[in-house]
Design a binder for this molecule. Structure first.
Ligand SMILES: N[C@@H](CCC(=O)N[C@@H](CS)C(=O)NCC(=O)O)C(=O)O
Length: 201
């Protein structure tokens, strides 16, 4: 299978998952401005939505939406233990985290990166995000991971979103459990490997 990604973007969570799962894959970067892949293909023909991540299967079908891709990849490698199985009582908790990260944190912070947003709008976004981070900090508690003892796809997604925050002047010092989670996930071998593959370290 092939992951279409942009270095450091939300597709990083899928990249980490592919590595942690031990799945065979290739990865192709996309220029999100021109919508052309590094191999010169028209990305809009691959994903008409025009955004990463997109995962092309060996049968040519394309899956989009980060949360769906993470669940799919985890299910392809159950032995890696990156997500509970659907019958597990923790499964709905995983979906709850993925939806929260996608809608409240990931989409909740994109306005901060948009130069068209006025400063007052950015302050309102930051105030909202601070409440979401305070909740996440309290929910992680001793963790060490979002679902307890094992690191998994939700941790990779949360890590990815948190990695953007220094660019907009948000530090995690107010939220010690969140900061510790970030450092813990960043140190995982699959995370380090994905960061290296995307030339981020
Ligand atoms: N709903 C999508 C959103 C993905 C998304 O926002 N991707 C960003 C990078 S983090 C992107 O490719 N933006 C370019 C664009 O929207 O044109 C998902 O959850 O996967």
């Amino acid at each position: 299978m092939k992951l279409y990604y942009k270095a450091g973007a939300c597709s990083l969570a899928a990249h980490i998952t592919l590595i942690a799962a031990g799945l065979e894959f290739s990865a192709e970067a996309v220029d999100l401005k021109t919508k052309v892949t590094e191999g010169g293909d028209d990305f809009l023909k691959i994903n008409p939505k025009g955004y990463v991540p997109a995962l092309k299967g060996d049968d040519g079908t394309v899956l989009t939406e980060g949360g769906a891709i993470l669940l799919y990849l985890a299910a392809q490698a159950p032995q890696a233990g990156l997500a509970p199985l659907p019958a597990d009582p923790l499964y709905p908790r995983l979906v709850e985290w993925l939806v929260f990260i996608a809608t409240e944190l990931h989409k909740g912070c994109v306005g901060l990166f948009n130069p068209a947003y006025p400063p007052e709008a950015k302050e309102a976004i930051k105030a909202q995000l601070q409440r979401r981070f305070a909740y996440t900090d309290q929910a992680i508690g001793a963790g060490p991971y979002l679902l307890g003892a094992r690191a998994g796809v939700a941790d990779f997604y949360l890590f990815t979103v948190l990695s953007w925050l220094p660019r907009v002047g948000i530090t995690l010092t107010e939220w010690p459990a969140l900061a510790a989670h970030y450092d813990r996930v960043r140190a995982l071998p699959a995370v380090q490997a994905a960061l290296r593959a995307e030339k981020l370290i």
